[in-house]
Design a protein around this ligand. Sequence first.
Ligand code: GLC
Length: 591
Amino acid sequence: MILTRLFPALIVFSGAYFLVAYQADDSVRKLVSTLTLDEKIGQMTQPDQMFLKSIDDIDKYHLGSLLSGGDSDPKSGNDLQSWTTLYDRYQTRALATKRRIPLLYGIDAVHGHNNVLGATIFPQNIGLGCTRNPELVEKIGRVTAEEVRATGINWAFAPCIAVPQDVRWGRTYEGFSESPDVVKILGEAAVRGLQWGGLSNPKAVLACAKHFAGDGGTALGTGQLKKDGTRFPFDQGDTQVDEPTFRKVHLAGYPPAIRAGVGSIMPSYSSWNGVKVSASKRLMTDILKQELGFQGFLISDYAALNQLPGTYKQQIETSINAGMDMVMVPEHYQEFFEKLKENVEEGKVAMSRIDDAVTRILRVKYAMGMLDPKRSQLADRSLQKSFGSTEHRAVARDAVRQSIVLLKNDNKTLPLAKTLPRIHVAGKSANDIGNQCGGWTITWQGKSGNTIEGTTILAGIKKATAASGGQVTYSLDGAGAAGASVGVVVVGETPYAEMLGDRTDLNLAPEDVAAISAVKAAKIPVVVILVSGRPMMIDNVLGNADAFVAAWLPGTEGDGVADVLFGDYKPTGKLSFTWPKRFAFGYGLTY
Ligand code: GLC
């Protein structure tokens, strides 16, 4: 990257939004030179807000960032005002410190502002991958940014640009596709959407491409250790591939994301050929920062340093020297602060490394207008009028329509006529908004049931046929289907996130198989809709289905499913993952 040192203008015109001309960098470097070591370390320290011993620790430890990890919620609840009050309270405290450097507040807004009641919840990335539509993904990023900013929060830990290679991995649905070519295009679009108009736009948020790199390529049996000494099958495991494969598949999404100006990148818990990414100077510095020219900052994953070899002090030394810039501690931030300071004072971590990390962090804050004393850093509550709005939900409904993949349609069973005398709907996910949304929704793991405002698939079917005078009946197990014109059975997975989604058995649950059989026994056409975070083993039910639809995890706008069922939208979705033993990548029927 010697070129960009000699020709700073190259950086500015590399299309990376947040990179400012050197004179701005000069002001950042000047600011860094005035900071004490404590103030520098504070910028590199990110506690989870739920572990703050006192709000005054923001001052005492000169904190530059906080996060809300999964389930780290306002005590008063997950409503819009509680989140906004939480953010404003912490930011106000930060602005009352000597340096007045505002906090970057990070949250997993990975399919909308998914921690907040009333938010627009979009299809998870696996469904967006089936749209192959970067303009749509960019628009989703922009709407998500506006809803996140409505709470004041300024940093989304998204997009996930994993390239999942084995659908048994619990985070498959967070990936757009098994294809690096699809991930490149949609990952770049997601960054452009979240950081729309450039980082200086107060309605944009800082994006975070994750998890660098190879998170989706781990080998079976190498996952994170459990308390009993056994391992999860995949999550946080070891990606055992040669360098050409690692570069072609798992690094693919990063150059486009950097080109789009992504301001932060999150190194992965996982390893490459036995070396933890979060300890790898080759990966984080030589390849990502030097070869690929990433000028923003690296944020560790949640307590990822604790998984490295050695004592905590050695783990910190290793990871910071390898290129980690900010550490998502998240709990023992006082100890992190002290141990990093000791490492510097003992010469184990050079001050130049500290200065580089802090310069990267403050360069991003500068680009975001966070060092501009004239700019308010508190929530812009005027954005709240469009939070979860009809317009936002229309974008999500369109995404649902475009994400649906038609896998089977014998005898032109679909599209259904809205005038059918009776449609019988069955299955555990027909009337379950929690199942529709999946993990990372209100809670970390997500939950079945009525967890957030939205339209279930059943409600969407009822709305679509309301004017026709036809009847829509429902039973969980398929009973009562006899005599109906058609049966629609909605089955699949209940919510999960991360390692708790690792499965070696992808068969449908017995109650799903039974519900399909019960409707089939009624001797009427059967439409099966699969609501899942990945392809599942459907050999034992496909024969009972006249039509089969993959709806993935569509989010709150279940109307989009009805739009396809009734032909108001002809299915265009194409598989973003190979369907094991069944359908090839790219497969998808239409009417
Ligand atoms: C989690 C995930 C990461 C998330 C972070 C903060 O463990 O690995 O995707 O952004 O912690 O919640």
